[in-house]
Write a protein that binds this ligand. Sequence first.
Ligand SMILES: [Zn+2]
Length: 263
Amino acid sequence: MKIELGPSGIGGYNNAVNNLKLFKSFGFNAAEVAFTYSIYLNKDQASLIGKKARELGISLSIHGQYYINLLSEDQEKIEQSKIRIMKAMEIGTYLGAEYVCFHPGYYGLLKRDEALSRIKDEILSMMDIRKDNNWTCAIAPEVTGRSSQFGDLDELLKISNITKCSLVVDFAHLYARNLGNIDYDLVFEKLLKIKKIYSQFTGIEFTEKGEKRHISLNENFIMPFAKAILKSKIPIRIICESPTPVDDSLKIQKVLKSLKSKG
Ligand SMILES: [Zn+2]
C-alpha cells in the first residue's frame, strides 16, 4: 500500500524547483500547489515545474481558489467560479497535477438535496468541458469544515458516485465539522471502494459553526489518523495543510514510521 505525503505550498515560480528538491531530501513524495488566492503560474512555468516534480518523484495536486460558490444566487458568480476551477484544471494539466480540489459552495437558503443536485449538474458540465479539452487534471470537490458549506463526506461520496469525479477527504475539516468527533475507522469504511484516497490533514480549531483556523499538528492528534491509515491498507495521499506544513509533514512521517516499525 502506497502512502504519498507532503506539504501544501511549493512557493513561487522562482523557488518552486528548489523547494521540491528540499521536499525530496525530506523523503516527501507529494506536494500541493496553492492556487488559493490566484493561479500564479503560466503554462510554460507549470510545464517546467511539472517536469522537475516528475524527475524527483513528487506527485502534484492543486488547491483551487477560495473564491468559489457553485450555489450562488447570482448566476454570474457561478460562471466565474467554474472558470476559476477550469483554469486551474488547465494549468494543472501542464503541471501533471492529478487533481484540483476546491470548496464547492454555501447552502444559503437551499435545501440539502437541492444543493446536491445543483453541485452535481455544475460538476457534470465542467467534466464535459474537461473531456473536450483533454485536460488530465481531475476535478475533486473537498470535504469542507463548516456546517454552512456544502460538502460533508456523504454528500461528496454521492456526487462522486453519480458523476465519477474525484473527491478530497480533508480529515481536519471532518473533525471540525463534527465539532471534534471523528471515528476514523468508520470514515475509512466509507472509503473502502475508493482505489486511492486523496486527503488533507492539519491541526484545527473549531467553534459551534465548525472550522475556525488551522493550527500546527501534534503527535497525539496525528496518532489515530495514522493508525487508521495503516489499518485500512487503502493507498492514500496526505497533504499537510497546517501553518507549518513542512515541519508537520515530517511529524506525520515520523508517526507513520514508528507505527510501521511496531508492526
Ligand atoms: Zn481546502
